[in-house]
Ligand binder design. Structure first.
Ligand SMILES: [Zn+2]
Length: 348
């Protein structure tokens, strides 16, 4: 398929981080409005600054790149604008349904990325501001969005419980699921088992970043499936190499959120073939192909599919099959799934 045909094809993104999807132009606008100094050197544009960070390596990008976005996302107004602009990004990328995730603990007013200096906004207030921005974007651009509330996993277990309670209280705003995000190596999933338990008898759905990096990817995926009762796994990079887990995922109809371009960018895989996407699809697993942190890492979901297309030439039927597979594990209602699927082109 041609790049532009992939871009125009109506797509679904189930794994996209709000703070990983802020474009430099939006950062610049918010920084100016709030009197926040840009981290650039003289004569350097913000775009060039991010190129430099990427050249400096992942730690620099995570600390300084996400750190700067964190500075800009600590008030209801700024969260509204960032969320609204995320929907513009979705629209320009040809996405018609997306589940946008964020960890409220990083946006409460005085917090910094990986640090929690204070709390001026409650978690629910953070969710309200983002929900309002997404809704406004939805009205303007016609993209359907839902929210996944993440626990930044370094949080204490009781903070995790508080965050999940805020998610349960805001389901009417479009919160459909919870997630564990950030440092999987240092904070394995069982740390937040009590928080996940709060959702077991509720309609709130569960996904977990598991099998992305760290010394025990298989153990973490197993914990996510059996103890946290995940409906989906985020990343699950080595899943295809473990027959037992692959069978558990298939038999329990657990969705798999692959993020191939992100994995390549972060160096977690050497080749998209490492993920075994075709094997998973052939097994009947509900696979989705997602963007993760597109603006921060410098690509789009269209680019992600274009990368796949380079190695396995995709046809519109393949794309349609992938979107149907993704939608099977979406967290929206069955009626909403039908509505979205009816919009996806099936060109035979
Ligand atoms: Zn992610």
């Amino acid at each position: 398929m041609e790049y532009d045909a992939i871009r125009r094809f109506k797509k679904i993104d189930l794994h996209r981080h709000l703070d990983g999807d802020v474009r430099p132009g939006v950062m610049q606008f918010i920084a100016k409005k709030n009197g926040i100094a840009l981290p650039v050197q003289s004569n350097e544009s913000l775009e060039d600054y991010f190129v430099r960070l990427k050249q400096d390596g992942l730690p620099a990008l995570f600390q300084k790149g996400f750190g700067f976005v964190s500075l800009l996302s600590q008030t209801p107004d700024n969260l509204f604008l960032i969320a609204y602009e995320v929907v513009r990004n979705l629209h320009e990328d040809g996405i018609i349904y997306a589940e946008i995730r964020f960890a409220p603990q990083y946006h409460t007013g005085e917090s910094t990325y990986y640090g929690h200096a204070g709390k001026r906004m409650s978690y629910e207030e953070v969710i309200h501001a983002i929900a309002a921005g997404l809704k406004a974007g939805e009205r303007k651009f016609g993209v359907m969005t839902k929210m996944i509330v993440c626990i930044g996993r370094e949080a204490e277990p009781e903070v995790g419980c508080e965050i999940v309670k805020s998610a349960l209280n805001t389901m009417h705003l479009g919160v459909v699921g919870i997630d564990l995000a950030c440092d999987e190596a240092a904070y394995p999933p069982e740390r937040h088992l009590s928080a996940y338990r709060l959702t077991f008898d509720t309609p709130l759905r569960r996904t977990v970043h598991a099998g992305e990096f760290g010394p025990q990817p298989y153990r973490n995926m197993a914990t996510a499936i059996h103890d946290l009762r995940a409906h989906r796994l985020g990343q699950a990079i080595p899943l295809v190499r473990h027959r037992g887990l692959l069978a558990a995922v298939r038999d329990n109809q657990i969705g798999v959120e692959f993020c191939p371009q992100s994995n390549l960018f972060c160096g977690h895989i050497g080749h998209v073939r490492d993920l075994g996407i075709e094997t998973c699809l052939a097994e009947g697993i509900h696979v989705s192909i997602n963007s993760d942190d597109p603006a921060m890492f410098g690509y789009t979901l269209t680019d992600t599919f274009a990368t796949l297309n380079k190695y396995t030439s995709l046809t519109p039927i393949d794309l349609s099959t992938m979107m149907h597979s993704a939608m099977q594990s979406a967290f929206c209602s069955e009626e909403e799934k039908d509505k979205i699927l009816a919009l996806i082109d099936i060109q035979k």
